[in-house]
Design a protein around this ligand. Structure first.
Ligand SMILES: [Zn+2]
Length: 329
């Protein structure tokens, strides 16, 4: 289980980004120019694994990655502390952490209000990651973009709906307007994406999956009506796909704003969110990263609303469809 952004923010903020033992300034991530020994490490007081330093198999796994069980250290001190568990006991590490945090408050003038806001924003990011299933974004979006038949697991659809509600009713700290706007933008796209998808979605596979209804399949022999419905169907699928791409742009924008405001190294290892579509006729899949252009980012809310998006989508970096209505035959 990963350490949540909120926990990292608490740990780094309250320690002022300094090693709790030697008090040297630490880097969040390794770069070519930084001294690699001064990369900050989230050290476990009770080991994360059952056989690590100061292990306690009785401790539930979720508590091992909680703020109360972590201490910020430089790489050198982390190594020293983990190789001398007899010297650096659980009690001693808790004391070291408390002393360091007290030292920060007394000597560095910790901005408590900012720290509080940062922790609140981080909790929102953690919840967003969970409900939007960020860890499996490429996989779940590939079912939406898969061929000509958008589909979604029902539990995911419910989580996305819950996320809309959470983002709408949140009390925002008001400290980082560009980050808040990125969330607002995401919520607007999500609402239109989900409502458009749901318009033609029906339960399948023992109610586990929502699939797009092939509404062009009619019982009568009426080629003209069939063609018209097929065209409407294809228009609908292209629109759902374009909204999925827009949602991915909106999610990438949030990640950028988190890096700018909260944590420089946020999701640097995972990289940008990508989508995958296919299989195409040659059975290949295509993977894309979609993002707002510099110009689109200048707007507080890059998503223009569904009505304008119908035509504006053709100007984005990728699009499947164009125009406000399916062409009349
Ligand atoms: Zn140190």
């Amino acid at each position: 289980m990963a350490i949540s952004l909120k926990t990292q923010k608490m740990l780094w903020g309250r320690a002022a980004g300094r090693c709790s033992k030697c008090r040297k300034d630490l880097y969040e991530d390794e770069t070519e120019t930084d001294d690699p020994t001064l990369v900050g490490e989230n050290c476990h007081i009770v080991a994360e694994s059952d056989d690590g330093p100061r292990a306690n198999p009785e401790m539930p796994p979720e508590r091992r990655n909680s703020y109360g069980n972590l201490i910020l250290l430089c790489r050198n001190d982390h190594r020293i502390i983990d190789t001398q568990p007899g010297e650096y006991t659980i009690e001693r590490l808790h004391q070291m952490k408390a002393d360091h945090e007290a030292w920060v408050r007394q000597n560095l003038g910790l901005d408590e209000a900012k720290q509080h806001d940062d922790e609140q924003y981080s909790a929102i990011v953690d919840e967003w990651e969970k409900l939007a299933h960020l860890a499996s974004w490429t996989a779940w979006s590939s079912h939406v973009l898969g061929g000509d038949h958008p589909a979604m697991w029902k539990g995911l659809d419910e989580d996305l709906y819950a996320l809309r509600d959470r983002l709408l009713t949140r009390v925002w700290p008001g400290r980082y307007p560009d980050l808040e706007n990125a969330f607002r933008n995401f919520r607007f796209v999500l609402q239109d994406f989900q409502e458009t998808f749901r318009e033609q979605a029906e339960s399948r596979g023992g109610d586990e999956t929502l699939m797009t209804r092939r509404f062009y399949k009619i019982d009568e022999w009426n080629p003209e009506r069939y063609r018209r419905l097929l065209q409407q169907y294809e228009y609908h699928v292209a629109l759902v796909s374009d909204l999925m791409l827009e949602l991915t742009r909106a999610a990438n924008l949030i990640c950028d704003r988190v890096r700018q405001n909260l944590k420089r190294s946020y999701r640097l290892h995972e990289g940008r969110l990508a989508v995958e579509s296919g299989p195409y006729e040659d059975l290949s899949f295509k993977k894309w990263v979609v993002q707002y252009s510099q110009e689109e980012r200048q707007k507080a809310i890059p998503y223009p609303g569904l009505e304008s998006f119908l035509t504006e989508r053709a100007k984005r970096d990728r699009s499947f469809g164009d125009g406000p209505v399916a062409d009349a035959l």
